[in-house]
Design a protein around this ligand. Structure first.
Ligand code: UDP
Ligand code: MG
Length: 308
């Protein structure tokens, strides 16, 4: 029989792992005639009792396994660790907090049987989320879909069911800066989405602050678009062309009316303006160089301390 590996990154999820297992095991039973479940929990350097709970459940259930990373490497790294360890014919990525409803797996599996390579899920609403966060999330998707050739579906979660072939393709992408939303979309294949209404966490708290999300979206732009570099180019070209007109204006005026333009206030403003654009452009280029630097160091993306 075919197997389905569930990859579950966990950071500070001591309260959610047991309810999560309880719910997914119901689905495991419902799908028992179709596919065998195999769980890989990845403890991403949690500071609470996540690891001891994982040790416990892996002893209790033969198909529950875990990896424990040597420190908190971030969700992207934990996800990769899980995907690399997954051996199933199908793989699904799920959050531990039950924000990804396990019962959707049944419909997702039906779709895979229909011939899709990937079945993703998306939230139709963002109920229970601060308005400002929704606003920024929408802006992010609008912008990235305009400036990047890799299209990202708004509201799509990482919760997705993939065939072995798709997982292998994702693992072939060797970059150190991993922006999964983009990588999942970049590999292509036949993808369909199932929509569902937003759920709140069963317990615990989100590990994403407003700033960490902002930083995450910046990573998305830099990893999947060259548009910020173009912006630097256009801003530079624009102000250069404007300065030529400025010079012509001053020279011609001097020749015609012999009255050079007075006032250093305007001068200072212009210098600040140009200086500002230069720094902005340098900053943008610096961001890309920092990414190159990270890539060239070729450090491992995660370190496994313990397996079970
Ligand atoms: N997570 C992780 N490492 C981190 C942060 C989060 O493995 O550094 C896991 C977390 O345990 C959860 C999933 O990633 O299973 C999504 O995190 P969270 O629920 O905090 O994010 P949200 O659902 O609010 O986007
Ligand atoms: Mg969550």
């Amino acid at each position: 029989m075919e197997t389905l590996t569930l990859v579950i990154p966990c950071y500070g999820e001591e309260e959610t792992i047991l309810p999560f297992l309880e719910e997914t095991q119901k689905i495991e039973k419902a799908l028992a005639s179709e596919v065998l479940f195999d769980y890989i929990f990845v403890n991403d350097g949690s500071k609470d009792n996540t690891l001891s709970i994982l040790r416990d459940v892996s002893k209790r259930y033969i198909n529950v396994h875990y990896l424990s990373l040597s420190r908190n490497f971030g969700k992207e790294a934990a996800l990769l660790a899980g995907l690399e360890a997954a051996t199933g014919d199908y793989v699904t990525v799920m959050d531990a907090d039950l924000q990804d409803p396990p019962e959707l797996l049944i419909d997702m599996f039906t779709k895979i049987r229909e011939g899709y390579d990937v079945v993703g899920t998306r939230r139709v609403d963002r109920q229970g989320e601060p308005a400002i966060r929704s606003f920024f999330a929408r802006t992010f998707y609008w912008l990235i879909n305009h400036i990047s050739s890799t299209k990202m579906v708004g509201g799509a979660r990482d919760f997705r069911l993939m065939t072995r072939q798709v997982v292998d393709s994702i693992l072939e992408l060797g970059e150190v800066n991993r922006f999964s939303k983009g990588l999942f979309s970049w590999v292509g294949y036949d993808v369909t989405y199932i929509s569902f209404e937003n759920r709140e966490r069963v317990a615990g708290e989100t590990s994403w602050s407003f700033w960490s999300l902002l930083k995450y979206s910046m990573d998305g732009f830099i990893n999947f678009s060259e548009a910020p570099l173009n912006l630097a180019l256009w801003a530079g070209s624009g102000s250069f062309i404007a300065s030529i007109f400025g010079i012509l204006f001053v020279v011609i005026r001097k020749l015609l009316v012999d009255d050079p333009v007075a006032g250093w206030a305007s001068m200072v403003t212009i210098m600040l303006f140009i200086g500002g654009i230069q720094l902005l452009c340098l900053g943008i280029i610096g961001k890309y160089i920092a990414k190159i630097f990270l890539e060239t160091k070729k450090r491992p993306i995660y370190i496994v301390k313990e397996k079970g």
